[in-house]
Design a protein around this ligand. Structure first.
Ligand code: KIV
Length: 269
């Protein structure tokens, strides 16, 4: 009989305990092979619904189906050993009622093997977050710029430009923490507001287009690798993979056309 080595991943309480401590490193990932690389460096990996736009050419995240999230979630869990895997709940799978949210979150967790789910919304989602956490589903919240509400917000706009709107966003952070979320993504808010939320909210804040002072940071992997044609202004591009892939593909195409492509006996010696 073979003995399996148990996989020990970062846990939800370990992430929650990093409030005010060592910054939390996270990235999105949608496939087993990129996830295996990210796994060596990230505390958690988010299978974000941004995959609809980044991988499937959608104009927004609104059309992302639950089954697609589950398919990519499974791949990322399979490709990783260390990081906590968080899977996004797509639009329309959790807003209707806490019971609907529970059914879909449980399906995500059972079918992917992930360790937590993420959903968008602040105070308005507090009851649902509480319902899920009470029933064993760890929840990461997401406030500020919430892409699934982009039609209501009038686009992907930085939040909190007008100080009069700060209080509602701070209350969102406090409400999700009180409801039991273990961390909160703070996306696209002005820097002083992100700093204030991080000071006043008892759970780790994970910034994206927010502030270096957040308790952790997340970026969309393809953005920071230079793979997307358009990259948000706040993203530092750490890799230049788009042009590198193009060079490789054009060299291959040229070799095929000029019959310089290696023959079988050169490749399989
Ligand atoms: O869907 C996603 O990738 C996200 C991150 C941008 C936080 O929610």
């Amino acid at each position: 009989m073979s003995k399996q080595t148990p996989i020990r991943r970062t846990t939800v309480p370990q992430i929650a305990a990093r409030k005010g401590g060592e910054p939390i490193v996270s990235l999105t990932s949608y496939h087993a092979h990129t996830a295996a690389i990210v796994d060596k460096y990230a505390d958690f990996i988010l299978v974000g619904d941004s995959l609809g736009m980044v991988m499937h050419g959608m104009e927004s995240t609104i059309g992302v189906p639950l089954d697609l999230m589950i398919m990519h979630g499974k791949a990322v869990v399979k490709g990783t050993k260390q990081a906590l895997i968080v899977v996004d709940m797509p639009f329309g799978t959790y807003e209707e009622s806490p019971a609907v949210a529970f059914r879909n979150a449980a399906k995500i967790m059972k079918e992917t093997g992930c360790g937590a789910v993420k959903l968008e919304g602040g105070a308005r989602m507090a009851e649902t977050i509480h319902f899920l956490v009470e029933r064993g589903i760890p929840v990461m919240a997401h406030i500020g710029l919430t892409p699934q509400s982009s039609h209501v917000m009038g686009g992907f706009k930085t939040q909190g430009r007008d100080e009069a709107g700060w209080d509602a966003i701070i209350q969102d952070a406090k409400a999700v923490a009180e409801a039991g979320a273990f961390a909160v993504v703070v996306e696209g808010v002005v820097e002083p507001l992100a700093v204030k939320i991080t000071k006043e909210c008892p759970i780790p804040t994970i910034g994206i287009g927010a502030s270096a002072e957040c308790d952790g940071q997340i970026l969309v992997l393809e953005d920071m690798l230079g793979l997307n044609e358009w990259t948000p202004k706040f993203v530092k591009v750490y890799g230049d993979l788009g042009p590198a892939i193009e060079r490789a593909v054009s060299e291959y195409a040229e070799e095929v056309k000029t019959r310089a492509f290696p023959s079988e006996d050169e490749v399989y010696k």
